[in-house]
Design a protein around this ligand. Structure first.
Ligand code: ADP
Ligand code: MG
Length: 267
């Protein structure tokens, strides 16, 4: 059965899109059938997977507005084992367009439920805000994966994110869990990255992935070639680290009982 993971953090630039693309691609490389969903009007997941976002007849926007079916919008096998529900700038109007639409929090969920058996994993990249698109991702998801950038203020905004997740859990999706926190852009040359990891570990009590994603220039270059890291530079440390993350995610899928509740300690 398809496991649905939303990659969310309302902070921009923390590595959500990089993680959504490369986790998806590494799961696909492991032979898993993956659907990647881009819910960010920036469409960076779409272009990062080699799809021309400015030249799409049907995107997630048309689907959310009821103008096209999910099947019509999904692009099959953009790379082997990986299909994409694309997005582009059109989606920036969705928040307004959906005002007053009944059940607007559940549009994605209702339709994904019908096709989720076709995939092993559905990975949803969220926009950098807590809006109706993020809510749709969280009502659809089994779990949220939170990338945290190794920088000062890493914890800033996390209280808000936890609050949102808890609200969604209470009111819209009681089954929602925190899949875990993954540290991104770790720079082994600085003490700062290490301090951030230690600080977050001592302040937050939940699953933290053993895999830490290092800062790696190849990860930043890959999207401009429309390739995930495992295809752009298969031996890079970026590729290796996202493979390790994919393996952890696969392992967790098999041990769901290990997934703990996400609670904040002392904040
Ligand atoms: P978000 O989706 O949270 O806004 P992105 O994944 O787009 O964040 O990352 C922000 C920027 O940082 C992008 O330019 C991306 O290429 C770069 N980046 C992300 N992760 C890494 C990394 N591990 N090493 C180097 N650059 C990274
Ligand atoms: Mg992004």
């Amino acid at each position: 059965m398809g496991r649905i993971i939303a990659v969310a953090n309302q902070k921009g630039g923390v590595g959500k899109t990089t993680t959504a693309i490369n986790l998806s691609a590494c799961l696909a490389e492991r032979g898993k059938k993956v659907l990647t969903i881009d819910t960010d009007p920036q469409g960076n997941t779409t272009s990062g997977l080699g799809v021309d976002k400015n030249n799409l007849a049907k995107t997630i926007y048309h689907f959310l507005l009821g103008e096209a079916t999910l099947e019509e919008c999904i692009i099959q096998n953009v790379i082997e084992n990986l299909s994409l529900l694309p997005s582009n700038v059109n989606l920036s109007g969705a928040e307004i367009d959906l005002i007053g639409v009944e059940g607007r929090e559940f549009i994605l969920k209702k339709n994904i439920d019908k096709i989720k058996e076709e995939y092993d994993f559905i990975i949803i990249d969220c926009p950098p805000s807590l809006n109706i698109l993020t809510v749709n991702a969280m009502t659809t998801a089994d779990a949220v994966l939170v990338p945290i950038q190794c920088e000062y203020y890493a914890l800033e905004g996390l209280t808000q994110l936890v609050h949102t997740i808890n609200l969604v859990k209470q009111r819209l999706n009681p089954e929602l869990k925190i899949e875990g926190v993954v540290f991104t852009m770790y720079d082994a040359r600085t003490n700062l990255s290490l301090e951030v990891v230690e600080n977050v570990k001592s302040n937050l009590r939940q699953n933290i992935y053993k895999t830490i994603i290092p800062r790696n220039v190849r990860l930043a270059e890959a999207p401009s070639h429309g390739l995930p890291i495992n295809l752009y530079d298969t031996k890079s440390v970026g590729a290796e680290s996202y493979r390790n993350l994919a393996d952890e995610v696969i392992k967790k899928e098999m041990e769901p009982d290990e997934v703990q509740e996400y609670t904040e300690r002392g904040r």
